[in-house]
Design a protein around this ligand. Sequence first.
Ligand code: IFM
Length: 473
Amino acid sequence: MTSGNPDYRDSGLRFPEGFLFGSATASYQIEGAAAEDGRLPSIWDTFCRTPGKVRGGDNGDVADDHYHRFDQDLDLLKDLGLDTYRFSIAWPRVQPTGSGEANQAGLDFYSRLVDGMLERGITPIATLYHWDLPQPLEDEGGWPARHTAERFAEYAAIVGRHLGDRIGTWTTLNEPWCSAFLGYGAGVHAPGRTDPLAALRAAHHLNLAHGLGVQALRSVVPRDAQYSVTLNFAVLRGDGPDGADAARQIDAVANRIFTGPMLTGGYPADLLADTASVTDWSFVQDGDLVDIAQPLDVLGVNYYNTALVSLWDGVGEKQMADNHGEAVASPYPGADRVQFLPQPGPYTAMGWNIAPDGLEQLLLSLREQFPDQPLMITENGAAFDDVLEDGRVADADRIDYLRRHFTAAHRAMRQGVDLRGYQVWSLLDNFEWAYGYSKRFGIVHVDYETLERTPKDSALWYSQLATSHMIPE
Ligand code: IFM
């Protein structure tokens, strides 16, 4: 056994009993059946139909057809020996207009899915919102409007009542930063707005939705369950004399804008100061901060790469290496002078730098900031240009990526981080948002013509890890 290997390429490291090895997906990215059994359009259905927004004009109408093939996908999870499956529930399937009556057929689908997991000994981790807002709610103002948070709590109660006897871990939101700032700030995600004030309002109402959602679930769920939220943290390195200040500004508007109210009861003073020219935050109403700060059993952590930032001196062109799909507007209100510098490779097919040390740094920093908060990695993984040849995908690059990130997680645990599990993104190749189907994150290959599934070499490697709890050779 080696340990402390500086390139994070260890094998033989052992994870404790009870550590949850799983894999993750999201409804719009895999389900398909977009107009079936009462489902109505979400903001992503609309966005996909807006010319120029999604590469190749792709959409989620069919995706992986998981809606009809979920049994086969659950068999895959079982065959791989995974403990958990992190999936998301489509609001427009369960409550097609975003308010009012529930759609029984939609609830029945998730009921069958959850039963299928339990029959196979797989523990469900359910996310209520992974970006598919019912379009009628966007038409009424979307996340910048307060009532969307109130509707979300009603939706949470509906799902909690129907599935609450069988779900052990609930996650309210996946990556609210993307919903608020890519959706309403940079405009590269649905609904495609580019308005900094709308983005900050959206962030607050997502925070509120989380808090009200946890309360709604707790009031209806008839068993002991765990409550969580999943955040995608910006892991920052500063460059040059002002690098630390640049990193602080992005940390405020990407990370602490969520952890502040959710975990410490308030928005950070520096965030309020940095964004003062955009808003006075008067949309935060009395009582909101108390509603948002619900104790969480586990904090979901999504990690892919790092960012290198500095302050632009106003001379020459500002650099935006991490440009979120060629965004023309900034997803960082109040941080206008921060520039994103290119980082050394290697890179994944997304152009993201591979930096397992960033995961260790992130986990240690979360432990320092929130010492008593258990953590779970709810997404980590990589897109590569996979080739299916003779029925096999030899994705050594993905195995290497996973090995190095599992090593990083293990290192953090050895330093005292309370990490409960690791959900690899993603079980299946799927619809990668504005990149359409051009990026493959799956440990299982999907042929988009035939919809045939083929476990990649990385799935087999991961299966060895999950079943032995030891990082394989
Ligand atoms: O595919 C996405 C997922 O939906 C949210 N987290 C990041 C993944 C890769 O971009």
